[in-house]
Design a protein around this ligand. Structure first.
Ligand code: SAM
Length: 281
């Protein structure tokens, strides 16, 4: 019998520890261990990796990650009620699960991790998006993580992988795709969770590129993209006016028609525009 089978079913764990789901913490738990193992498999080969898991809750995905062979898991959970249930999992996998009871937005996990690191999480959507943006915008690239396997609300997942010319295309797509390969790898209906959320969910897998897909100064690219999409219906010569003097010339130098709207402009073109405004050394 494998270790995952020696632990009680998740429903029992939730009853024993009285883990009534809290809305304020975005608690929609995954109780099907076949499903959590499937999500863990999407994270790639874990046997040589430390895995950072954010928001383990009662530990369904944690068990999946360990059962799929993660070298070590560091799990950061805000809700102290979950800690005894997680401690039982740590007991079943000696030396392989470290727990931190804290807010993932405040905790610095780096001191607890040995590279290579992969990140996996089923998080409340607001915290997930904020962490994703942080993980995609470190001071130095490549980042401390190799890949991110994250559950999002389906609509957010679609924004991460969106292509030009679609409604979902915007800042998140450009940020994610500039320095990572991003793919939706799994879609889940509300009934996969307990309690079921109102919306469908999807797992996005992002793999960090060694270098940005196209060269550009990060701050300039971010400024140009933010300005372009803040007024996405306007032509770029208007929406980017305040970004740099002579913006029409920069747009033309980047091969972008000044009458174009941000939604139509590819990542490669945005990077060319950023380089025209701020040439790289
Ligand atoms: N991973 C578990 C699963 O799949 O069943 C739980 C998922 S539930 C959607 C989100 C979890 O994130 C909850 O356990 C919640 O307490 C935790 N959480 C919410 N905000 C957090 C934060 N800022 N830092 C760490 N954990 C957080």
């Amino acid at each position: 019998m494998s270790a995952i089978d020696s632990l009680p079913p998740l429903r029992e764990v939730i009853d024993t520890h009285q883990l009534l789901a809290r809305k304020s913490l975005g608690q929609n738990f995954l109780l099907d261990l076949n499903l959590t193992s499937k999500i863990a498999r999407q994270a790639g080969d874990l046997s040589e990796c430390d895995v950072l898991e954010i928001g383990p809750g009662p530990g369904g995905l944690t068990r999946g990650l360990l059962a799929e062979g993660a070298r070590r898991v560091l799990a950061v959970e805000k809700d102290s009620r979950c800690m005894p249930a997680l401690a039982e999992i740590a007991g079943a996998y000696p030396g392989r699960l470290e727990l931190i009871n804290g807010d993932a937005l405040d905790v610095d996990p780096l001191a607890h991790l040995t590279p290579p690191v992969r990140i996996a999480a089923n998080l409340p959507y607001n915290v997930g998006t904020e962490l994703l943006v942080r993980w995609l915008t470190p001071k130095d690239w490549p980042p401390f993580w190799q890949s991110l396997t994250l559950m999002f609300q389906r609509e957010v997942a679609e924004r991460i992988v969106a292509q030009p010319g679609t409604k979902a295309y915007g800042r998140l797509a450009l940020l994610a795709q500039w320095r990572a390969d991003a793919q939706i790898v799994l879609s889940l209906p509300p009934e996969a969770f307990s309690p079921p959320p109102k919306v469908h969910s999807a797992v996005v897998h992002l793999t960090a590129l060694e270098q940005p897909r196209f060269p550009a100064d990060a701050a300039t690219l971010s400024r140009v993209v933010a300005a372009g999409f803040n007024q996405r219906r306007k032509m770029l010569r208007a929406s980017l006016k305040s970004v740099a003097p002579g913006i029409e010339d920069h747009l033309k130098a980047a091969g972008i028609a000044p009458t174009e709207r941000a939604e139509q402009v590819s990542l490669e073109e945005f990077c060319a525009l950023a380089r025209s405004i701020k040439p790289l050394d």
